[in-house]
Design a protein. Sequence first.
Length: 459
Amino acid sequence: MKDEQLKHESEKLSNTIFEKGMDRRSFLEGTTKIAGLTIGLSLVNSLNLESAEASSKLGLHKKSDLVFPVISDVHILKSGTADLQKWGSALHQLNELVPKQDALVVVGDLTEYGYVEEYDRFMSIYNIKKQPKAVSMIAIGNHDYWNGLSVIDSQKRFIEKTGMESIYYHKVVKGYHFIVLGTEDGKTEGTFSVKQIEWLGEQLKLANADDPKKPIFVFHHQPIKGTIYGSEWGFSENRDLFYDTLKEYPQVITFSGHTHYPLDEPRTIHQKDFTTLATASLKNMWVEAGYIQGELPKGAETFSQGLVVEVHGDKVFIHRRDFTQNDWIGEPWVIDCRGKKNSFKYKEKRDQVKPRFPKGSSISIVDTTSTEMNIMFNQANDNSLVHSYKIVAKNNLTGQIAKEFRAFSEFYKDPVPNPFVQPVKGLQPGTSYRIEVYAIDSFGNISDTFLKIDGITKA
């Protein structure tokens, strides 16, 4: 791609956006932010400085009834520094943001393989950084079994190294019930036995009898299939029994890790019969298959996110944190403590508004080879999140579709790239094509309008 041509086209496409000065928060609220250009990066840096200064004040109440962080998928290795740095940085930020934590929950995959050295390195940082008065709750994940030991011995090692009383247990903190579950073997999708689920039902009954107007917090490593974004990675065995046990109590709020999917995505909260939440990962980011960037996009290794949960009055506030950027993600999600289903606002089909391209949006071809065209266009807007684009290349001579694929909007990046550059590959030499770009939001709504441009590959 020619640098001067790219610079010229980028400036042309971005003039109006620079004037608006949009940042990551505005992108998650239905607009876009600048990336990839010197002037844009300067603007973003100044915005990030402002948000970093304000981050400790944003959203958190001065006096909460209950506050606790939830993180998962730390994946500490036997050696190295990057994993320990991420782990230590996350705990440090949480201590700065929430200096008086009531509890701290880690939802599985503490380690990469469940080796002694990995547990020791995990706990060495944890014991230094944890707040003495915060109740520690740690769940076992599938990776914590991958050590060559038997299931029983892996569980014994987890209990011995973390100090937890069992792989599943029930605690009460300041009158609020916390139920921690444990996957029972190293299967990727997870295993929750009938015995454990029946125990869960008994604990839910006790918690509800104690105070039916308070939320009940439930933690398990793998998600429940058919709920949150990424729950295709959840468990199938006893899934319906697990779900039906929880749905008797709409005040339940569950937290699961495992997927490593980004919290920027609005579907990481789901409400139907109760509330389910994802907890992302400290190790890296994964996203769903079927997109041109792949399931581990470039830069996925820098990813590190988690949650801060706050009960204030009759509301539960879920604050999403990006530890890499030292900043909040979007606005807090707010849940009614009483768990009334008619108050649920994060339902699966809650958004039917289609994304749209802003007035004056443009598309251009910035470089061409014999088999490829590099296109550049303004990101679309949406009331929730522009998740991806459908890009179609039609042969102008035959009218047939020569190439069709989907590309993430790269909503998971900070800053989010705008203008967006995407190669269209696999074309024929010396052929005229029409390129069409359609925007798709998180809930599958597709834009009515689309951007289009004609171009010819080199012979």
